[in-house]
Design a binder for this molecule. Structure first.
Ligand SMILES: [Zn+2]
Length: 348
């Protein structure tokens, strides 16, 4: 009585829950709000959501807390909402036209709009990424996302020449823009991200292809012809390039290809404008910052610029400071960590 059709429809959808979720709902371990969110997911994803976004805190119950497996110990509803949101595909059209999507995923929307506006940015790949940067298990990816989930590896340290921009359309890092390397096979292989592995099994597939020697001979034949043409192409390029000026835009391009893009932007902001005069310094800083992912890397980076700083001593001091912060009352500690001072990768 007095229930709207939409309300009844939502309740009917609860019938599509997997058994684990139905049982949890029936015996009060999970509420209707969470159950309704789960119905938006495939059965495979429902199981994963229960595991990662609903029950997780059961393993984090504080010492002395007697309640387990009740609503009081569930992950906050917002956590599940966040999780479900990241298990739907990020739509390029929405990134351009829909204000709400743009606000939710500013990084991806900016990158997509750059291309939309004809700024000469290379096309973006679309990739799916799970927690901690892994490619999600195939069973948990919807078909339309799976199609684009080609082989790629995230480029986190030094860039290889095949690195290209991609944005995450699915998974915990949805909306992030990152660099990936897809150069797994073909005439060129990236040996940074796809180091050669000796295959134990000479597969039946290989037999179908022309023998390796035939392919290699053909490649060499075409290459030899190309080498004759190449000097002419080089001459044209050199002549045409006479008008090239060392503009900030060109310098930016060099930086983008050789260093981490987000990082070099921060460096330029820190030391001022990117000009032919400041370029060397920006490059050296950005390159050094690339190494700052570990203590060892930091020591390498410092050495490269003749900077003197006792990292190990600073680590000890920071460790002591963190230990004393842990004893500060909870509300105080929360305030203190509210704003991260250092930009770190979001891994929720
Ligand atoms: Zn690579």
């Amino acid at each position: 009585m007095g229930k709207s059709p939409a309300h009844i429809g939502r309740r009917l959808k609860l019938l599509t829950l997997i058994d684990d979720a139905k049982h949890a709902l029936r015996d009060g371990r999970m509420d209707v709000a969470r159950a309704e969110l789960l119905t938006k997911l495939s059965p495979e994803l429902q199981a994963k959501a229960l595991e990662e976004a609903v029950w997780l805190p059961m393993f984090r119950v504080r010492e002395g807390d007697q309640e387990t497996g009740t609503l009081a110990t569930l992950e906050p509803l917002s956590e599940l909402r966040w999780w479900v949101e990241r298990r739907t595909r990020l739509d390029v059209a929405d990134l351009i036209a829909d204000d709400e999507t743009r606000a939710l995923f500013p990084e991806a929307s900016e990158a997509v709009r750059e291309i939309e506006w004809g700024v000469d940015a290379p096309p973006l790949l679309e990739v799916a990424l799970d927690r901690f940067g892994q490619s999600p298990a195939q069973a948990t990816i919807p078909a339309d996302v799976l199609r684009l989930n080609r082989d790629y590896r995230e480029v986190t340290g030094k860039k290889c020449k095949f690195a290209q921009r991609a944005f995450v359309v699915f998974g915990d890092r949805k909306g992030e823009v990152l660099l990936v390397c897809c150069e797994k096979k073909g005439p060129t292989t990236c040996n940074v991200h796809w180091p050669l592995k000796v295959k134990a099994d000479p597969s039946a597939q290989a037999a179908k292809r022309p023998p390796w020697e035939v392919q290699e001979a053909e490649r060499k034949r075409v290459q030899a012809i190309w080498e004759r043409v190449r000097p002419d192409v080089e001459k044209v390029i050199i002549a045409a390039s006479a008008k090239v000026r060392t503009t900030p835009k060109l310098l930016q391009e060099i930086l983008d290809r050789t260093t981490n893009i987000a990082q070099s932007a921060a460096v330029i902001k820190a030391i001022g404008k990117l000009t032919p005069e400041t370029f060397g310094r920006v490059y050296v800083i950005a390159d050094a910052f690339d190494d700052l992912y570990s203590v060892d890397g930091a020591e390498r980076a410092l050495k490269a610029v003749n900077g003197f700083f006792d990292v190990k001593k600073a680590m000890k001091a920071a460790e002591a400071a963190m230990a004393s912060e842990r004893t500060v009352p909870k509300t105080e500690a929360k305030k203190a960590t509210g704003k991260p001072t250092k930009k770190t990768r979001r891994v929720a």
